[in-house]
Structures are given as structure tokens and as C-alpha cells.
Design a protein around this ligand. Structure first.
Ligand code: PAF
Length: 294
């Protein structure tokens, strides 16, 4: 595996791979790799001839009061994991390499980026879309992999790829969870032991929502949201940032659960903010065509 630090070198490798008819499969990350990322890498290995992982903690997607400075960084460990997984190229540019002095172009999107995470973290998705667009231009992948844990991110990246006619297929892979239900996240490393134990409340709350929709035939979004909030409120260490019940494609609030529905939530445990979500649909609702949505 080679470690690539320069945009131009990465672009050259990508051009060569494409020139020889190889399929490039790309997993963009901010490092602190865990099994969730590695599940994406394994999927990438299946679909691509050349696997590229990027590790870039993108300053443009963090607000001024957010955790950019303390975000976990361990490139040596990430590189070891990539070697073990058979990654071909690890692209790890410095911030100045991705945003040289004078950089002033950003990618923005209407609507989908200003609700939920976008409302809680103003400017976040502008930073995400900008860096993903740049990474897609640099790595030139045929396939790009994102996790369902960041459901809104996966949705807007898919939207951008479609809207801007980018030559990459977005693949969204299921959330990987610990045995007790907590979704894997680099930010879990910030949790103290008591917070870590309390963090299972997120998946328990979503499990309750899934049970209501899929087993108890509940269709009222208001009732489902109330039940999720009740489970979360029973955990004294948890502070709700938001809970919503929205259309999985438009992110508009639902009143009735009629089709595919996303239940996203964000919860603080001490100073750590965790997100998770459940994608639910009434048992009788038709499934969307495969690969059509996050
Ligand atoms: O999900 C992430 O780790 C980041 O948002 C991404 C997609 C790598 C862009 O910085």
C-alpha cells in the first residue's frame, strides 16, 4: 500500500488506473478507522480492482465550537488497518493541500442540507459536499462508499452526484453496531465508561420505533416520536438534540408512516454528540428499487 500525501500524485494514480481499465473503489473517511469503515473497505474490495481510502479531517465541516481540535488522529494506526485490509492507496493530504491559500469555492445544496444535522450544525453539509466533491475529482472513483449511520450525508452525496452528473456510483452500506446496539463511530472514543453504558439508549429508542412500525402497526409519526423521546428521557445522562420522523428521500416531516421513513436522532452524552437513525417502512409498503436510496 502506498501513502499518498499530494493531490497531484493521487490524481495521476487514478488516471493510470482508469487508463488501464481498472475500477476504482473509494472509501472517504476522517480516520480513527473502526469496523464500520472496514466494512466499507471490504465492500470496496469486492466491487473495485483498486481500493483507495482517504483520511482527511475536513476542517470545513466543523463549526467553530465543534470538536475539530480533539477529533481522534492516528494515521499510523489507520495505515496499519488499511494494509491489513488490502487497501492499495491511502490518500492522506494535509489541510493546506486540500485547501491551498486562496481557496474560495464551495458546493451548496438547497433544502436537504438545512434540516436535521444541517440545522443543528450550520455549514456542516456545505463543508461535507465541498470536500466530497474535491475527493471525487482527485480519486476519480467508479464507486464511492458511505455508511447508513450518516443517513443524511449519504442522501445528500447521492443527490449531489446525480444533480451534478458525476461519474461515480454511491454505495451506502448498513450501520455496523456493537453487540449492545451502539452504532460504531469515531466519536465513541470520547465517551467515559458511564456514558458508554448510557449510549445504548440511542439504539434502544430506535428499536422501540421499529417495533411500533413493523410489529404494532402504529402509523402516527407523532406517537412514534413521543415513544422515542420517552425512551431517551429515561436515561438521565442523555440530552436530546433532535428526534424526527421524516420521509427518507425528501427529509420532510411525516404525519403518517406510509412509505420508507427515516427516524434520525442526535443525543448528547456529556460533551459528546452522537447520531443514529432507523429506516423503517410499514410491512406492506413496497420497497424502493434496489440501490435507489440511502
Ligand atoms: O463521514 C465522514 O467521515 C466525512 O463526513 C467524510 C464523508 C469523509 C467527508 O469529510
Amino acid at each position: 500500500m502506498d501513502l499518498v500525501r499530494r493531490v497531484q500524485a493521487m490524481q495521476e494514480m487514478a488516471r493510470q488506473a482508469r487508463g488501464t481499465g481498472k475500477k476504482i473503489a473509494f472509501v472517504p473517511t476522517m480516520g480513527a478507522l473502526h469496523d464500520g469503515h472496514l466494512s466499507l473497505v471490504r465492500r470496496a474490495r469486492e466491487l473495485g480492482d483498486v481500493v483507495v481510502v482517504s483520511v482527511f479531517i475536513n476542517p470545513k465541516q466543523f463549526g467553530p465550537a465543534e470538536d475539530f481540535a480533539r477529533y481522534p488522529r492516528d494515521l499510523a494506526r489507520d495505515a496499519d488497518l488499511c494494509i491489513q485490509e488490502g487497501v492499495d492507496h491511502l490518500f492522506a493530504p494535509e489541510p493546506d493541500e486540500m485547501y491551498p491559500p486562496g481557496h474560495r469555492t464551495f458546493v451548496d445544496m438547497e433544502g436537504l442540507t438545512t434540516v436535521l444535522e444541517g440545522s443543528a450544525r450550520p455549514g456542516h453539509f456545505r463543508g461535507v459536499l465541498t470536500v466530497v466533491m474535491k475527493l471525487l475529482h482527485v480519486v476519480k472513483p467508479h464507486f464511492a462508499f458511505f455508511g447508513q449511520k450518516d443517513a443524511q450525508q449519504a442522501l445528500i452525496v447521492r443527490r449531489m452526484v446525480k444533480d451534478l452528473n458525476l461519474d461515480a456510483e454511491v454505495v451506502v452500506a448498513p450501520t455496523v453496531r456493537h453487540e449492545d446496539g451502539l452504532a460504531l463511530s469515531s466519536r465513541n472514543a470520547f465517551l467515559g465508561p458511564a456514558e458508554r453504558a448510557a449510549a445504548t439508549v440511542l439504539s434502544r429508542a430506535l428499536g422501540r420505533a421499529r417495533q411500533m412500525v413493523e410489529r404494532e402497526d402504529v402509523r402516527s409519526a407523532r406517537a412514534i416520536e413521543a415513544a422515542v423521546r420517552e425512551v431517551l428521557a429515561a436515561e438521565p445522562r442523555a440530552r436530546i438534540d433532535y428526534v424526527a420522523v421524516v420521509d427518507a428521500e425528501t427529509l420532510e416531516p411525516r404525519e403518517e408512516i406510509t412509505g420508507e421513513t427515516l427516524i434520525p436522532l442526535a443525543v448528547f452524552l456529556g460533551g459528546t454528540r452522537l447520531i443514529d437513525n432507523a429506516l423503517v417502512r410499514p410491512p406492506a409498503a413496497p420497497r424502493p428499487p434496489a440501490g435507489d436510496k440511502a
